[in-house]
Design a protein around this ligand. Sequence first.
Ligand SMILES: [Zn+2]
Length: 348
Amino acid sequence: MMNLLRQNREIWDLYTRKEEYEETDRDRYDRFPYYLSRHRDVLVPRASQMLMENGFCCEYPESQPFSICLTHDIDTIYQPFFVKGFEVVKALRERDLSRAGHIIPQLRSKKRPKWNFREITELEESYGACSSFYFLALEKGAREYTYAIEDLEQEICTLQDKGWEVGLHGGCEAYCDLDSLMREKQNLEKVLNRKIVGFRNHFLKFRVPETWELLERAGFLYDTTLGYPDSVGFRNGMCHPFWPFNLNTGRKMEILEIPLVVMDRTLLLHMRLSLEQAWGQMERLLDTIERHHGVITILWHNDFMTGTSLQFYRKILKYGHDKGAWMTGGKEIEAWWKKNGMQAPLAP
Ligand SMILES: [Zn+2]
């Protein structure tokens, strides 16, 4: 597979993310954004396409035609105090005393949980799907600390017992600092009482190839951070999981990348599409994945599970269900890929 990709310079550079090894500008979250990439056709999985054209193929359990990898990053679980406060002010201004009276008592309790995990799993279950939840496991005082993972012991153990995956959502330093990464992994494993294998970094912070190297050393089996924050699509031209190639060491790495294709905020906010346009884009991506028998990784935050964005998520589940797609989390895909992967064409 590597040898084939290597034959086309441009595709090899795209596949290995060569441009990210160079000294380059980055955004304020230390990310390499799509607008800096010289590979402009992000919606075409050029590397996967080349492999398929040369006889590579992949299969999924029960002959399902393609896979939707469903994931959730849990950034916040409590509704911020000011949001509630704002709602009261709004209700009072609209002279809606009963609504204001309903919200005011909630202001007193410090912890207003947004533990909608059960609603999410039930929704997915109704479409024959399951997913991965990535939790922050930061210590109090850390940047981006918003909840104590210990407080969620019961919730995350329930998720795991039901068959949903619990993985690590790396904090602001985890992607570039082994100590932070290890500490957060241990914090989560202690609460879960089980080894965790899956990872995505907060804000999609990622460094090629350093983050992969750190994750390898920390004992993760897969990462699913590699997608662009400012555009949906295929950051390295793959619409299949792959073992990254490290250009510094000249070797294939021991961590599977399940590339991120669609993040909720990217599609519904950053790309400035109307709702209909966003769905049109989503359908085109799903169609591309189906044609390549690929895996489309979708990130839907738990705080996007209301109103129109919840409806949008439900529409994705329905689409996948109707198409007979394998809708599952990263851990199952990793295990399947290790066993079956992408098969090279048989020699004539
Ligand atoms: Zn996050």
